[in-house]
Design a protein around this ligand. Structure first.
Ligand code: ZN
Length: 346
């Protein structure tokens, strides 16, 4: 290998590589050319291996030519890469056009369960009158669930509740939210304005109007001089907020062991407005909750002096209120997790 031969090989390589770069169809082809010519195992390297056979004085000259060839080939590839790159980018931009005016995919929105929604609405109304939400345990004891509410073990009122007992020590699933009254009285000093929403349990034969699991909201107010008039005024405001301003209401005598006197609170039938229809059993009225003045015995169990303080309590079924608001006929639907039903409340 002599100087002339090496120089000629280098120039030939430069011309071949440069024209290959110019005619390369895409940047991937350029990568191949770059590797084949300039890579570690490329042609340029292979030619330069012949330098060792040259006389020492010729080597710098070949090195300089080799360097020029490298620069020329790199420049040719670089230029071709820039041209092909922008062409490829233009092609991609055309192919992958995004139409920013296309409507987006709708986000599936959930909604609150109608029972939760109704319980919150109830709490919102009473919150305006200073009632604060408390929570009691779902597993209660016999003493708090019954005895402290003036329902002793042999009291006939226990027939009202078919209770789910958990053990022989008297632990049970609470049959109503009323034991929360006792817990609040033990926890707070008057004045008390408490709202106790929660899940209750009774041993029931389940049908359209009976469930073994249901929700109640209990209210309790205790202060000096609290009267039935306060109770009536508050419940009127509640009825108007839930069922429309001006909705007529009435008290009827009722019975609960833990209130005295006790009342049922009725609103004018929301279906027939008093014209008497099957929904109101042809009375023109619908009972939405029970209430009364807290029995002095219960106040005493709660550690509150009935000579000084008076109080009232009320309790309602959340399903009952939800039924009337949304015209739902069958209680079981609330517990069935049927999205066709639940989605209707969005
Ligand atoms: Zn009616």
């Amino acid at each position: 290998m002599d100087l002339a031969q090496l120089t000629s090989d280098l120039n030939a390589l430069r011309d071949r590589a440069s024209s290959a770069a110019v005619s390369a169809p895409d940047t991937a082809a350029l990568d191949v050319i770059e590797l084949d010519v300039l890579g570690k195992k490329g042609e340029l390297t292979a030619i330069l291996r012949g330098i060792g056979a040259l006389p020492a004085e010729d080597r710098p000259r070949v090195g300089a030519i080799a360097n020029e060839v490298r620069i020329a080939v790199e420049a040719a590839i670089g230029l071709a890469r820039a041209q092909l790159g922008s062409a490829e980018l233009a092609t991609r931009l055309t192919a992958e056009t995004v139409d920013v005016t296309t409507p987006g995919r709708p986000i599936r929105r959930g909604s609150l369960h109608p029972i939760v929604e109704t319980a919150r609405k109830i709490a919102d109304v009473f919150a305006q009158f200073g009632f604060v939400v408390y929570e009691g345990p779902e597993v209660e004891d016999d003493v708090t669930n019954f005895q402290m509410l003036n329902i002793p073990p042999d009291h006939p009122a226990r027939d009202l509740w078919d209770t789910l007992y958990l053990d022989m020590e008297g632990r049970l699933l609470r049959t109503h939210t009323s034991p929360g009254q006792i817990r609040v009285m033990h926890q707070e000093r008057p004045p008390i304005r408490a709202l106790l929403p929660g899940r209750c349990f009774r041993y029931e034969a389940v049908d359209a109007s009976h469930a073994s699991e249901f929700f109640q909201v209990e209210g309790l107010m205790i202060d000096e001089g609290t009267s039935m008039a306060d109770l009536k005024g508050l419940l009127d405001q509640f009825a108007h907020a839930m069922f429309g301003a001006g909705r007529a209401t009435r008290f009827r005598p009722g019975y609960y062991p833990f209130t005295e006197p006790s009342v049922a609170f009725d609103i004018l039938c929301v279906i027939c407005n008093g014209e008497k229809c099957p929904a109101c059993s042809r009375t023109g009225w619908m009972t939405i909750l029970g209430a009364g003045m807290v029995h002095p015995v219960v106040l005493r169990y709660g550690g509150i002096d009935p000579e000084r303080y008076q109080g009232f309590a009320f309790g309602m079924g959340v399903e009952r209120i939800a039924n009337l608001r949304h015209a739902v006929g069958d209680l079981r639907q609330y517990m069935e997790d049927d999205l066709r039903f639940l989605g209707a409340f969005r």
